[in-house]
Design a protein around this ligand. Sequence first.
Ligand SMILES: *[C@@H]1O[C@H](CO)[C@@H](O)[C@H](O)[C@H]1NC(C)=O
Ligand SMILES: *[C@@H]1O[C@H](CO)[C@@H](O)[C@H](O)[C@H]1NC(C)=O
Ligand SMILES: *[C@@H]1O[C@H](CO)[C@@H](O)[C@H](O)[C@H]1NC(C)=O
Ligand SMILES: *[C@@H]1O[C@H](CO)[C@@H](O)[C@H](O)[C@H]1NC(C)=O
Ligand SMILES: *[C@@H]1O[C@H](CO)[C@@H](O)[C@H](O)[C@H]1NC(C)=O
Ligand SMILES: *[C@@H]1O[C@H](CO)[C@@H](O)[C@H](O)[C@H]1NC(C)=O
Length: 458
Amino acid sequence: MDKLFLVSFVALLTVAYGVAGNMLYDNFNMLEELEDLDIAEEDAEVFEFPCWTSQRGSKVLVNVDSFGAVGDGVSDDTQAFRKAWDTACSTPKSVFLVPPGRRYLVNATKFRGPCADRLVVQIDGTIVAPDEPKNWDRDLSRLWLEFTKLQGVVFQGNGIIDGSGGKWWASSCKKNKSNPCRGAPTALTIDSSSSIRVKGLTIQNSQQMNFVISKSESVRVSEVQVSCPGDSPNTDGIHITGSTNVILQDCKIGTGDDCISIVNDSSAIKMKRIYCGPGHGVSIGSLGKDNSTGIVTKVVLDTALLRETANGVRIKTWQGGSGYVRGVRFENVRMEDVANPIIIDQFYCDSPTNCQNQTSAVQVSQIMYRNITGTTESKEAMKFACSDTVPCSNIVLSNVNLEKKDGTVETYCNSARGFGYGVVHPSADCLSSHDKGSILIDQKENAKFAEPTVHAEL
Ligand SMILES: *[C@@H]1O[C@H](CO)[C@@H](O)[C@H](O)[C@H]1NC(C)=O
Ligand SMILES: *[C@@H]1O[C@H](CO)[C@@H](O)[C@H](O)[C@H]1NC(C)=O
Ligand SMILES: *[C@@H]1O[C@H](CO)[C@@H](O)[C@H](O)[C@H]1NC(C)=O
Ligand SMILES: *[C@@H]1O[C@H](CO)[C@@H](O)[C@H](O)[C@H]1NC(C)=O
Ligand SMILES: *[C@@H]1O[C@H](CO)[C@@H](O)[C@H](O)[C@H]1NC(C)=O
Ligand SMILES: *[C@@H]1O[C@H](CO)[C@@H](O)[C@H](O)[C@H]1NC(C)=O
């Protein structure tokens, strides 16, 4: 966007709302920061996809079949996988191969690193989990296939990771209130790792979350598909926690919970060309449950299609939490029949008992929505439900156009402040009105910008 226009626009705003002079620079800096927010996509070298079939000479093939895997979907291939892993992990330039055309039944397993250089995990066949929750290993109750402490590993192939989740879903307390609320395994986890690339895999029917990236950095995920029924409970597609510098691109996700969720201690997360539906949308959070601290910064979603999802782009935090969500840009998003296309919910409550309002909350600020179009199912196309004691600030809307097929649309605000430019439909005037303490200026954030250098740059 034209910077001069931006400056005059902000100036206009400043005059219109009669706020202090240096406010201009603050908003300008904040906007510029939001518009320029990016996460570098290319870091070449480490991430070249090895075409292992044509380089067999220099690669050491470690085929699970050579370790006794049967691949008939019935025999227990766990030990074969574990032995093959030990060999592959300790051998430089090896390819851990799950060959195509077969189904390997494998129990909960931790595949541990660190491994020798240049390991490739090539999954072309199907890996399937035992379907009976009662027999699940109690010591590994929250995981199925977990890869931990790896560095510079590539996961690729056209294979399928299938959690056989049906019985787990039926035993969830979300399905039947008389069931106890217990966590179920995550199908695929990459934990405490760095420089990881994942390409082309399909993860489906997970017991609970499909694919978790935890405590990791520099992770590139592309062309991954996730598929679970729309009514499977808590089956998040890709869940990012405690991780930095993560890029997800060209992923197609259909599931029963969030297509993508980003939680505590995560920063520099980019999502590009994402398809979501069915599902609960792309979420930051939930954060702040049980009075915990939640911090998420620098998140970009660029180019997405959400179809018939419960939410579009969402930030959800519990009452009583602390920490902050800051520096987020959602852009170039198409919504088709999405129930809550744009939503910030600081009263998130996903527990069987009601949640009380509290004085502390995870603070939400510097959130930009740009070029977001399409159709909403609910009347409230935009909902900014922010805490009375910790209001949302610097919500920026630019070229947002949301329609309801058979009726009018509106924007809901509670303790949210910010502004829009370009087309904003439904209008979001409630972001700049003065009731409920929604003044534009935030004294604390002002303190950061002592010497504005805007003039020099123009
Ligand atoms: C896998 O789990 C089954 C129960 O589902 C158990 O009988 C079997 O011993 C386990 N196999 C291994 C290798 O741990
Ligand atoms: C819910 O679970 C209880 C106990 O496990 C069972 O008796 C009941 O039939 C279940 N209800 C439904 C609707 O599945
Ligand atoms: C969130 O991450 C911070 C570290 O940045 C940690 O101190 C805090 O305990 C984490 N909160 C939760 C709920 O895990
Ligand atoms: C969170 O803090 C509130 C207010 O101090 C307290 O009433 C509540 O019990 C706390 N909740 C938890 C889960 O610690
Ligand atoms: C707006 O977003 C849509 C949907 O992703 C995209 O097709 C279109 O090119 C974007 N428009 C601009 C001006 O970037
Ligand atoms: C919490 O506060 C919000 C905003 O003021 C209000 O709409 C909601 O009813 C309150 N919830 C409870 C449980 O008091």
